[in-house]
Design a protein around this ligand. Structure first.
Ligand SMILES: C[S@@+](CC[C@H](N)C(=O)[O-])C[C@H]1O[C@@H](n2cnc3c(N)ncnc32)[C@H](O)[C@@H]1O
Length: 256
């Protein structure tokens, strides 16, 4: 399958409808994932981790939980997501940038990439992300990547439906997501979204499409090794319960 050329309207969920993202993924929803990440950092660190670079930080829900233990710098491609992150976490630093191609003056004990590496669509670009993660890391620093989707366990043509309402029930949202791939002909998949938004009962229907990468574990490990990390995979049921079946953690230890 040829990759669908992203339209300028793609990823409205993060740009035009960022508030929809905040309704389906609340601060409370991120507590378990934050605990998991903090625990894994403590388990694998060689340095006592104090400051973290969070690539693809989104709207700051995860950082809200991590900032008690760590100093966080977040990078995201979407200015709208960053606006929301700054409101939630004024004590964190947020920088607009593409994780494939950014520079920072900071020096970090750990870099985390949770739930966003699948936005990288080529092996070469995955390599660039890991090299960019390595540059500001201290020697013996840690790279943690949560890979959400794996070709072996891909939920082909799965459709999920979630319903949420805001506090005063003025907004009712039905969030429909479908995942579809032509793997192995293609190393990508489409996440297609339909939002049924009822504001004071009045219906609006919105759509969105995200093109995401679908690469084998070995591809991630090879690119991590080439970027100067010792890589290992951790598959655990707890992470699959928080994320979805097939999600795993990739840990890289910077050795130079
Ligand atoms: C699913 S959200 C994850 C948010 C956050 N990591 C978390 O766990 O709460 C994915 C985020 O990745 C960001 N993103 C996608 N491609 C990116 C890129 N090339 N560089 C930086 N951020 C990117 C999106 O804007 C979005 O905010």
């Amino acid at each position: 399958m040829k990759r669908i050329v992203p339209s300028p309207e793609e990823r409205r969920l993060y740009n035009q409808y960022q508030w929809v993202w905040d309704m389906i993924g609340t601060i409370e929803d991120y507590e378990k994932l934050a605990r998991y990440i903090a625990g894994r950092i403590r388990k694998h660190e060689n340095l006592k981790t104090k400051n973290i670079l969070h690539l693809g930080c989104g709207s700051g829900c995860l950082d809200h939980h991590l900032k008690g233990q760590f100093t966080i710098t977040g990078v995201d491609i979407s200015e709208k997501m960053l606006e929301s992150a700054r409101l939630k976490n004024p004590e964190c630093e947020y920088i607009q940038g593409d994780m494939k191609d950014f520079e920072t003056d900071g020096v970090f004990d750990a870099v985390i990439i949770p739930e966003s590496i699948n936005y990288i669509l080529s092996k070469e670009h995955i390599g660039n992300v890991f090299k960019n993660a390595k540059t500001p890391l201290k020697k013996d620093g840690l790279l943690l990547v949560i890979v959400g989707y794996d070709p072996e366990n891909f939920p082909q043509d799965r459709t999920t439906v979630e319903r949420v309402t805001n506090k005063n029930k003025a907004i009712e949202l039905t969030f429909i997501e479908n995942n579809y791939t032509a793997y192995p002909q293609s190393n990508s998949f489409e996440a297609t979204f339909v939002f049924l938004i009822r504001i004071q009962g009045k219906l609006e229907i919105k759509t969105d499409i995200h093109s995401l990468g679908l690469f084998e574990k070995e591809t991630f490990a090879d690119e991590m090794t080439k970027a100067g990390f010792k890589a290992c995979f951790i598959e655990d049921q707890y992470l699959e319960e928080i994320e979805q079946k097939g999600a795993y953690l990739l840990v890289g230890k910077s050795f130079a």
